[in-house]
Design a protein around this ligand. Structure first.
Ligand SMILES: Nc1nc2c(ncn2[C@@H]2O[C@H](COP(=O)(O)OP(=O)(O)OP(=O)(O)O)[C@@H](O)[C@H]2O)c(=O)[nH]1
Ligand SMILES: [Mg+2]
Length: 432
């Protein structure tokens, strides 16, 4: 959000009781490109009309005026009425965003590709629609959308965007089918924002290069051109999914990094970005990356929500590996507390430090355990066609042994069931 460089904000948070946490709204505001010039907090029940009450809103307006703030960022969701009341009180030129509007601004700024742009606009209009309805009700306009009214325009645009999105070629899905055919296993990295997903992706892919598998150097992966897994200590560093190729225990894996979850996102917003989650549902294994440096209750909450979301998307629980990342920041006692906190949710979490490369082998082994695997012993007649099958086996699966006799070639292979089935069928065809 370089283009908002120089923009300033005041953050405001309310809770029924102290303490009032401002950490996340501050992080979101900074992620949206604002410099936070001050914070106003309040511990009391919510005021239905203004959220903070008239007096506190006046304070907020004064602070915004002193700081010459471009934005007041309010933690939580404001009703349309509260938004209007706060904006009314603020100096001219100071906008008010609630948490969701802020998240949308971040997504919009980071949305590069066509699909992401359309999704972002759609999410924003879905957010605006009830607010626009409320406003037109206040103005006494017909609440049913008449042709030519702004409300009507927004509804048409939503329908239009939904159509466009449905028609847009879905490269991820297209590639997915092809890759499976080629013997790739699909692994998705998912979890809350800032957990270390992109950093892990880089590790897995880098490790592949370090292992120097035959295919890693020359053959260009179709996704290679679009690939960079940005790692940053900003929220929502990753907006579009990124896929890289890795080799785990001899298997060819396509590893997809996804958009991070953020606490308390409303469902409609998550839906707008469900591409991420459909990736998870289509994967053979999902690595849930959690930031173990979070306090135990927060860690527990996040792991629980993520597992619920996966479940809602039809991800099989047995396909999920939970990685407790950033253990370099914890001592043994602190790590034990984290394990305890998630014990009933994630039975065998793998503690890792992506930064220091700790325990990544264990994580890889846990992933491989979840990949569908079949073994076959094939006995091929020793003639030309056999070599083709052996080389396909090397390309698409793991060849455990191959023995060349005068009459026959004995091939022992393991890999994706579909790939192994195909090799078996080819072998049968050669025989007959
Ligand atoms: N101390 C420590 N920091 C880590 C570790 N792994 C990642 N980080 C840091 O955590 C921050 C977030 O990492 P990312 O990989 O960008 O996180 P992400 O999950 O991709 O975040 P989003 O793209 O926003 O969803 C970065 O500053 C990383 O350097 C780790 O093992 N230890
Ligand atoms: Mg990321």
């Amino acid at each position: 959000m370089r283009r908002r460089t120089g923009s300033t904000a005041i953050i405001a948070a309310r809770a029924d009781e102290r303490p009032v946490d401002t950490e996340e709204i501050r992080a979101l505001t900074e992620a949206a490109g604002y410099e936070v010039r001050g914070a106003v907090t309040q511990a009391r029940a919510e005021d239905p009309g203004t959220c903070f009450g008239v007096g506190k809103v006046a304070d907020l307006a004064a602070r915004a005026g002193e700081a010459d703030a471009d934005l007041v960022a309010v933690d939580g969701e404001l009703t349309p009425r509260q938004t209007a009341a706060i904006r009314e009180a603020l100096p001219d030129g100071t906008a008010v965003f609630d948490r969701y509007r802020l998240v949308l601004a971040i997504f919009a700024d980071r949305a590069g590709a066509r699909r992401a742009q359309l999704q972002t606009e759609l999410a924003r209009l879905r957010y605006d629609l009830p607010r626009l309805k409320a406003r037109s009700d206040v103005q006494g306009l017909n609440r049913r959308a008449e042709k030519g009214t702004p409300l009507d325009g927004v509804k048409n645009r939503i329908a239009d965007l939904e159509r466009k999105l449905a028609d847009l070629p879905h490269p991820a899905e297209q590639h997915r089918a092809e890759r499976r055919e080629q013997g790739f296993d699909l692994v998705t990295l998912a979890g809350y924002t800032n957990a270390g997903k992109s950093a892990l992706l880089r590790r897995l892919a880098d490790d592949m290069a370090a292992e120097g598998t035959a295919e890693s150097d020359s053959e260009q992966h179709p996704d290679a051109a679009t690939v960079t897994a940005a790692v940053g200590d900003r929220l929502f560093e990753t907006l579009e999914t990124t896929t890289r190729r890795a080799t785990v225990d001899g298997r060819r894996v396509l590893c997809t990094d996804t958009v991070g979850f953020v606490a308390d996102l409303p469902h409609w917003l998550v839906e707008s970005f469900s591409e991420t989650l459909s990736d998870a549902a289509a994967a053979d294994a999902v690595v849930l990356v959690a930031d173990a440096s979070d306090p135990p209750p927060e860690l527990r909450e996040k792991v629980g929500v993520a597992l619920d979301v996966f479940d809602g998307q039809g991800v099989d629980g047995s396909a999920v590996v939970t990685a407790l990342n950033k253990v370099d920041l914890l001592d043994d006692a602190a790590l034990a507390e984290r394990r305890e906190a998630v014990a009933d949710l994630a039975p065998e979490p793998v503690p890792v430090s992506v930064r220091e490369g700790t325990n990544l082998d264990r994580l890889r082994a846990a992933v491989v355990d979840r990949l569908p695997t079949e073994r076959a012993e094939l006995l091929l007649p020793n003639r030309d066609g056999a070599m083709g099958i052996v080389s396909r086996a090397h390309d698409r699966a793991v060849v455990e042994s191959v023995e060349y006799g005068t009459e026959t070639v004995a091939l022992s292979v393991r890999g994706r069931p579909a790939v192994v089935d195909r090799l078996r069928a080819d072998a049968d065809a050669l025989d007959g």
